[in-house]
Design a protein around this ligand. Structure first.
Ligand code: 5GP
Length: 196
């Protein structure tokens, strides 16, 4: 699909584990001013479903073999490997929504943000969600992963530090000190970009 036929914008939201990006996005998707304009892209992943997650709503959960078949048949626009699992953006899902004039929000890692900016430079806005401080981030990751192996906690902290170093590559950086205030800021960035 060429960029001229794309009417919608792509909002890529990134941030380290514990930055609160998923919660922020959920809040913004329910906002009165954005409810009918902004949709969330649903990625494909090989990781297992967490409690409360639903197939086709949070992710399309597939086997590693199924994921590789999607990549081989060029149905995946961009993909990454995170903590041993594959994650990818479905090409048809994204392009159908954009053609219909919907704006899309995607929660992706740095690789995904870079890939989409390169594929659709005129339509992509990248937003980095930052935690108030690295110590706070470490605390949130440890708190969230209380049942997780120390190894995985260390890996998440290491990845978070790498992501923080790359935050300057984004169009916007938003500190999430307070959920209510940060969601208003995120909503305002999206509205400003939509209204041009
Ligand atoms: P989680 O397992 O916590 O849902 O996601 C792990 C990481 O994968 C997060 O940083 C999330 O933003 C990223 N991610 C989720 N889906 C995709 C995708 O389709 N592409 C890329 N590049 N990253 C993704």
């Amino acid at each position: 699909m060429n960029q001229a036929s794309m009417r919608g914008l792509i909002f890529v939201i990134s941030g380290p584990s514990g930055s609160g990006k998923t919660t922020l996005l959920k809040t913004v998707l329910l906002d009165r001013l954005l409810k009918n304009k902004l949709a969330k892209s649903i990625s494909v992943t090989t990781r297992s479903k967490r409690s409360g997650e639903r197939q086709g709503r949070d992710y399309f959960f597939v086997s590693p073999g199924g994921f590789l078949r999607l990549v081989k048949s060029k149905k995946i626009l961009e993909w990454t490997r995170y903590l041993g699992y594959y994650y990818g953006t479905k090409k048809d899902f994204l392009e159908e929504k954009l053609k219909a004039g919907k704006h899309l929000a995607l929660c992706l890692d740095l690789n995904g943000a870079k890939a989409l900016k390169k594929l659709y430079p005129k339509n992509t806005v990248t937003i980095f969600i930052d935690a108030p401080s690295i110590n706070e981030l470490r605390k949130r990751i440890r708190g969230r992963c209380s049942k997780t192996k120390q190894e995985e906690i260390n890996e998440r902290i290491k990845l978070a530090e790498i992501e923080l170093k790359n935050s300057c590559a984004y169009d916007y950086v938003l500190k999430n000190k307070n959920l209510a205030q940060a969601s208003i800021k995120l909503r305002d960035i999206i509205l400003k970009e939509i209204r041009g």
